[in-house]
Design a protein around this ligand. Structure first.
Ligand SMILES: [Zn+2]
Length: 242
């Protein structure tokens, strides 16, 4: 130890102040580096889930909805955490039918589920692109294709396929998208509408699973799970199909 250091070491006040300055500088440096490389904090940490845990959360939410025991929301104060971002734990492809309300039927809040809706709940290119954003940017681990019983879009498609009727306006677009499910269900025993609704859900589950290059990769890597379900109008229960 040199004379200068030896002198300083004999003065506890100076030694302590020097240590504190060094410690503060080190901590400041570490904090800077951490900030520089840190990922943005998920606004809803409870939404960072595995695909299976996300599905379990939806199932439990639906059970609360069926039982009439749903969460009371503080809408005013729930807004603030979502100002800077979102990390929904599930994506839902639902029919546009006004009787289906995904946030209600899974007892979820804003920022929890990423919902795309179109009559007949089919995966158009725009909807595939929306889920590409959800899985790649928002880290959403689960997608549910959600049909429902007594679906008017599927029923209209059945009539069009059976009678060859061309529906007015842009409705043929819906018919074209839903027709493969109707045709596949035509040979099945049981109720054609119910069968076509399930077929339509599962065909769109398969379409999303195969949606290259983004969604399919997340599915193959087991980072995303895609399942189907049918919402029962009378009970509110979502019956999972896969
Ligand atoms: Zn519908």
């Amino acid at each position: 130890m040199c004379e200068r250091c030896a002198t300083a070491a004999t003065r506890p006040g100076i030694r302590r102040r020097t240590y504190l300055k060094l410690a503060a500088a080190t901590i400041a440096g570490l904090a800077f580096r951490t900030d520089a490389f840190a990922q943005p904090t998920p606004p809803k940490p409870e939404n960072v889930l595995s695909p299976d845990a996300a599905l379990d959360r939806l199932v439990k939410g639906n059970a609360r909805y069926v039982a009439g025991d749903t969460t009371k929301h503080d809408f005013k104060n729930e807004r603030e955490p979502l100002v800077t971002g979102q990390n929904p734990f599930a994506g839902i492809l639902s029919c546009a039918d006004s009787r289906i309300a995904p946030e209600y039927c899974f007892d979820a809040g804003r920022g929890d589920i990423f919902v795309c809706r179109v009559a007949g709940n089919f995966a158009s290119d725009e909807i595939v692109a929306s889920f590409e954003y959800a899985v790649q940017v928002l880290n959403t681990p689960l997608i549910v294709v959600l049909g429902h019983d007594a679906c008017g879009a599927v029923d209209a498609t059945i009539k069009s396929v059976k009678d060859g009727t061309v529906l007015p306006g842009h409705l043929p677009t819906l018919v074209a998208a839903i027709s493969p499910a109707v045709k596949a269900a035509q040979g099945e025993p049981g109720n054609l509408l119910d069968n076509a609704i399930r077929r339509n859900v599962m065909l769109n589950v398969d379409k999303l699973k195969a949606a290259a290059p983004i969604v399919s990769k997340f599915v193959d890597d087991k980072k995303v799970r895609i399942v189907g379900g049918v919402y029962k109008l009378a009970s509110g229960k979502v019956e999972l199909l896969a």
